[in-house]
Design a protein around this ligand. Structure first.
Ligand SMILES: [Zn+2]
Length: 372
């Protein structure tokens, strides 16, 4: 369906929407070529078509400038499917329609009404995520402080009070290794056995990197959301369009470019994930995430507000050419971010704005590894 719709877009034809897609699905199930589809629960297939339809809608939505048209995914990375209903759990066993009863290791007790289950594969391992709905009281945040957060290259996050979250230590080493393994892959004959083995190695590395990064982000966002009721971040939707020379990844030089692109994407994913996690953790605790326009946050002096490119001497050091105020560049940016966030609240500019869509209120995602 994705192929058909992308083809239609290329030919300037209207795309196939869900209802027609579902009709195609019934035909495909009866065909010789796609008859294997009948082995899956029809609701799983319908859900997949609904997700695709949603992805196209988001792609066309002008209010979501970061969303792009859906593309083919790489096989083996993020493979998953979702059961919208009929999932039952008894002890350490989960009943998945058409799959049967599967044993799983419960990483967290499941509370509330089961809404859906998503089965995903990471490398050789299978996981099931159970989405449940529970009624919770409107939370009140324990803290009353506000903080600005600068998401950086050298450090994961720098707060306006001066605290620094370094991020994942093994990430740099793994990123280097990934670049090396990818060069090795490029030298092998495409689709040969050695090439396939090498590709498998790279997939495993990707997973390792994602785990290391997520772990660091989880630790940081948990601490930050516990300590501060109001958290201010730069809005990545505008950030991505303006970001040009932030960070050492943009250093010029031979062979750096390719690596830069890779680091860049790892970095971007981390920044986005950071915002997502902080968003839902603040929602749980009754806190708030304010998104501000990132323009000039790294060039403005946090003391006298003088804004100039020359204020930023190096990646690390900020020094105001007007008042002489000097400090760590990320800390200066974090202070500006906080000030912009507080200004936005004072003007009522963020009234009723939901910074991140954190799903249904009270919905909890629980990821449980399935037994092999
Ligand atoms: Zn100044």
């Amino acid at each position: 369906m994705l192929f058909m719709n992308l083809q239609r877009l290329k030919d300037k034809q209207p795309i196939i929407r869900y209802h027609e897609a579902a009709w195609w699905l019934t035909l495909w199930k009866k065909s010789d070529e796609f008859g294997f589809l009948a082995q899956a629960q029809s609701q799983v297939l319908q859900q997949c078509l609904k997700d695709l339809d949603r992805a196209f809608s988001d792609g066309f939505d002008r209010k979501q400038p970061l969303k792009r048209m859906p593309q083919f995914k790489r096989k083996g990375l993020g493979d998953s499917f979702r059961f919208p209903q009929s999932v039952r759990i008894e002890g350490d066993r989960v009943f998945l329609p058409k799959v049967g009863i599967v044993r799983f290791r419960e990483s967290r007790s499941i509370k509330g009404l089961i809404r859906s289950a998503t089965v995903s594969r990471r490398g050789k391992h299978w996981f099931v995520s159970i989405l449940t709905a529970i009624e919770v009281d409107e939370p009140v945040h324990e803290s009353s402080t506000a903080t600005g957060i600068d998401r950086g290259v050298v450090n994961l996050a720098t707060l306006s009070d001066g605290s620094v979250f370094e991020g994942s230590k093994p990430l740099k080493r793994l990123s280097k290794k990934l670049a090396r393994e990818q060069r090795r892959l490029a030298r092998k004959t495409k689709f040969s056995n050695n090439w396939k083995k090498q590709r498998e190695r790279i997939t495993r590395l990707y997973i390792k990197i994602a785990d290391a990064r997520n772990d660091a982000i989880h630790k940081a966002t948990t601490i930050i959301s516990k300590n501060h009721a109001v958290t201010v971040l730069e809005d990545l939707r505008t950030k991505n369009m303006t970001a040009s020379a932030k960070g050492s990844v943009d250093e010029p030089g031979t062979s750096v470019r390719q690596k830069a692109g890779l680091n860049r994407s790892i970095l971007d994913m981390g920044w986005f994930e950071f915002g997502q996690q902080l968003g839902y953790k603040q929602q749980w605790r009754g806190g708030q995430v304010i998104l501000i326009n990132p323009r000039n946050t790294s060039r403005k002096c946090s003391t006298c507000e003088f804004t100039d490119k020359g204020n930023r001497i190096t990646q690390e050091q900020f020094s105001c050419t007007a008042c002489g105020h000097a400090e760590n560049a990320d800390l200066n940016a974090a202070k500006n971010i906080l000030a912009a966030g507080l200004a936005a609240t004072a003007c009522g500019g963020i009234g009723g704005q939901a910074p991140y869509e954190a799903g249904t209120r009270g919905a909890v995602m629980q990821s449980l590894p399935l037994a092999a």
